[in-house]
Design a protein around this ligand. Structure first.
Ligand SMILES: *Cc1c(COP(=O)(O)O)cnc(C)c1O
Length: 373
């Protein structure tokens, strides 16, 4: 029997950092800066530098950062935000939290990112922002989307929760719009020992107001300028993220190695493999293949001890929580087909060549069999 290959192996990432992380935890217990504090301040500086951005504001989750980004645009009921139906639901939560309406545009068949060709069609006088996602770590089609935003005076907010360090024509994602939001959920390319997120911007006024909204809408304690939130990052997470950030470029290179090797090993299978678009360097958060027999293949992999996952099985316009938006099946055929055919294979820097080869062998075995339904 082979050792099972987990879809994600966080323990493999944590093991070599264990002592350093424990020392950081001990320091936090010593200085007792549990909410924000010096480690968070330092991490904000370091992560802003990583993104080539002027400001980073740390949050208690990526979802909180997205929510505050839309608060910073003063959006509310009656406003519309153009976004993608194929993403983790939190992208749309931010829009709903401020009372605005998500307006979906279908995705591009090659990358599953928001297809800029659909933008004009959904533009209305109520459109107030555009919020695409760098899905699976692959940059969205920045140039035409920015051009659309500039032409119509619309702010662009990047959901970069899956794309720490991804590059578009050589430039790291995070400053293509007014703001970008990152998640440090443990499974992301850069993950906390718990929840975390960040808002990144080159705009000092937006960053200052984000800091206030993060802490109960106050810049001076107990004087509240506007209704805010308790969205502070924990001190411990700042310490952990500071340690892990130093490894991020290496880890991303490791993910890229895994992707390249899958490309080689799977090229002769009937799978459709992910491809980087011209000028794009993916952060390879996920390696998502496509096939019409996705469900059978998934079962086959799991039966042979290979973990896999679906990103995402149901597009947002068909979710129960968004039934009130009155979209229907068939409205976004590319996203819907993606949801039926997508399959995420294990990809993490610690995945060994032997593990990779085994994943590929199990897939080859599936296609070698006579027509499995
Ligand atoms: C993970 C994720 C989020 C939410 O981040 P949390 O830190 O889990 O709140 C938002 N958008 C996308 C695309 C994500 O993948």
């Amino acid at each position: 029997m082979h050792e099972p290959i987990p879809y994600l192996d966080l323990r493999a990432q944590m093991r070599p950092l264990r002592q350093e992380l424990e020392a950081a935890w001990a320091r936090t217990l010593d200085h007792c800066s549990f909410c924000l504090g010096p480690d968070v301040v330092q991490f904000e500086k370091d992560f802003a530098a990583f993104c080539d951005a002027a400001h980073c504001v740390a949050f208690n989750s990526g979802t909180s950062a997205l929510h505050v980004a839309l608060r910073l645009l003063d959006l509310g009921p009656g406003d519309e935000v153009i976004t993608t139906p194929l993403t983790f639901v939190a992208t749309s939560w931010a829009i709903s939290y401020v009372g605005a309406k998500p307006v979906y545009v279908d995705v591009d068949d090659a990358t599953f990112n928001l297809d800029p060709r659909g933008l004009e069609r959904v533009l209305t006088p109520r459109t107030k922002a555009v919020m695409p996602v760098h899905l699976y770590g692959h940059p969205f089609d920045v140039a035409p989307i920015r051009e659309f935003c500039q032409r119509h005076g619309l702010p662009l907010v990047e959901d970069a929760a899956q794309a720490h360090g991804a590059r578009y024509h050589g430039r790291v994602v995070g400053t293509f719009g007014e703001m970008s939001c990152f998640s440090f959920y443990p499974g992301k390319n850069l993950g906390a020992a718990g929840e975390g997120g960040a808002l990144v911007t080159n705009n000092a006024a937006l960053a200052a107001r984000a800091r206030s909204l993060r802490e109960h809408g106050a810049t001076v304690r107990y004087y509240h300028d506007e209704v805010g939130y308790n969205y502070r990052m924990e001190g411990l997470q700042g310490a952990v993220l500071g340690i892990k950030l130093k490894h991020l470029n290496n880890w991303n290179a490791g993910r890229c190695r895994v992707a390249r090797r899958y490309d080689e090993l799977l090229v002769d299978t009937p799978l459709r493999l992910p491809r980087e678009a011209e000028g794009c360097e993916s952060a390879w958060h996920l390696y998502v293949v496509r096939h019409p027999q996705r469900d059978a293949l998934k079962q086959h992999l799991e039966a042979h001890g290979v973990g896999c996952a679906l990103h995402y099985p149901l597009p947002l316009h068909l979710q129960k929580c968004y039934a009130h938006l009155s979209y229907q099946a068939g409205d976004f055929p590319v996203a819907e087909q993606a949801a039926r055919e997508c399959l995420s294979l294990p990809i993490y820097p610690e995945l060994t060549d032997a593990q990779l080869e085994r994943v590929a062998a199990v897939i080859q075995d599936f296609f070698a069999k006579p027509a499995s339904a």
